[in-house]
Design a protein around this ligand. Structure first.
Ligand SMILES: NC(=O)c1ccc[n+]([C@@H]2O[C@H](COP(=O)([O-])OP(=O)(O)OC[C@H]3O[C@@H](n4cnc5c(N)ncnc54)[C@H](O)[C@@H]3O)[C@@H](O)[C@H]2O)c1
Length: 356
């Protein structure tokens, strides 16, 4: 399958590794900055480099190399335009999370994929970890009994150098703050694992230690789900002096799971009235050995979906739900009130000037 990457920045090595591991034929790399596309090119083993073209203009690339699959790893404000350009040129797309920064943009992307019969896969790669898959299975099998509440903590440090490395970072038009950028994997997982949608949100957000960004560096939210469960989300990039481990826990009246680590593979508690067998069985079933950051199993999944398998694990409409939840949190914090979902229309730029 002919593959191209648009955006050769910080996350691009994960995409290149995953493309190589999935036996994709890398035909082009595209980035506005020559040094970045050259660096990405050098990550590809020499025996696989012949025939790869480097571009600064994605339209020119699409016209000349006609990729069947394009990955888009750019600032989030550009995702609608570039993904639709790729789909109109006949390519399936993998888009880095978040899907977009407005519900209207997400809908336009999903509708385009549906109209053209192409696949739009959003990079919510944590769904592919063995432990997370096992957790989802325990939940689907009803092993938690009644799910009572979930918690998520994303405690990171992002300094000025991180934000200076990309003009888009921390802006309302192209990124959002820590909830949209760092926490969206977990707002996605909470809804997926609980198997329910959020009905109400109340939240605080603030910009406490990063005066040079526009959006929040701290978010605290309480969620109520349609199935009666609750959840709390704590997301920050203010942790001194460096990241603590991410964590997520689910509490039911017949089960408790508490996980930590970059891909939530560090099990702190896995207690079920029915016993621990679910995790072992699920791990045997999925058996993902090269999880890394999660891009490799996500790419393999994308290839399978393009080849006709069901798109059940990582749908674009779920990615839209993860976006909608963050926007509802932003709205609640800005208006200082409980927000009910679904939202009509909302976008990050609705909050422009919030912390000024
Ligand atoms: N899945 C994950 O865990 C994960 C982790 C980090 C980042 N991300 C996401 O990946 C995306 C990119 O993040 P990053 O940290 O790599 O950003 P980055 O700023 O390091 O890289 C973006 C690259 O895109 C290039 N670019 C900008 N506009 C372009 C255009 N029109 N055409 C071609 N190239 C263009 C820039 O020159 C830059 O090299 C973001 O959406 C981010 O949220 C996801």
């Amino acid at each position: 399958m002919k593959y191209a990457l648009i955006g050769c920045g910080m996350i691009s090595p994960n995409h290149i590794k995953a493309a190589l591991a999935s036996d994709l034929e890398i035909v082009a790399l595209c980035d506005l900055v020559e040094e970045n596309r050259q660096k990405a090119f050098e990550l590809i083993p020499e025996d696989k480099r012949s025939g790869i073209k480097l571009y600064s203009d994605h339209q020119e690339m699409l016209k000349e190399v006609k990729p069947e699959l394009v990955a888009i790893a750019l600032g989030s404000g550009l995702k609608r335009k570039l993904s639709i350009d790729c789909m109109r040129a006949g390519a399936n797309v993998i888009v880095e999370k978040p899907i977009a920064l407005s519900l209207e943009d997400a809908d336009a992307m999903i509708n385009t994929a549906n109209e053209l019969g192409l696949k739009l896969i959003i990079n919510h790669q944590l769904r592919f970890g063995n432990t997370v898959r096992a957790l989802k299975k325990e939940s689907e099998n009803g092993e938690f009994g009644k799910i009572l509440h979930g918690t998520v903590q994303v405690r990171r440090n992002r300094n000025k150098a991180y934000f200076d490395a990309g003009k888009w970072r921390g802006t309302w038009a192209e990124d959002g703050g820590t909830l949209m950028n760092q926490c969206i994997h977990y707002t996605d997982l909470l809804q997926w694992v609980l198997g329910s949608e959020v009905s109400e949100v109340f939240a605080y957000t603030d910009r406490m230690t990063h005066p040079y960004i526009e959006a929040e560096d701290l978010g605290l939210a309480i969620l109520k789900f349609k199935n009666g469960a609750y959840a709390s989300i704590e997301g920050t990039v203010n942790v001194f002096p460096k990241n603590l481990s991410d964590s997520m826990a689910i509490f039911g009246d017949k089960g408790t799971v508490s996980l930590e680590g970059k891909t939530l593979d560090d099990v702190k508690a896995w207690n079920f009235e029915s016993g621990p067998k679910g995790r072992d069985e699920a791990i045997k079933e999925y058996n993902i050995k090269d999880m890394g950051s999660g891009h490799i199993p996500l790419y393999r999944y994308a290839v399978d979906v393009i080849n006709g398998n069901d798109d059940k694990i990582c749908t674009a409409s779920d990615a839209r739900k993860a976006l909608e939840l963050i926007l509802a949190i932003y709205k609640s914090a800005a208006e200082h009130r409980v927000i009910e979902l679904p939202l009509n229309n909302c976008k990050t730029t609705d909050f422009t000037g919030r912390f000024d």
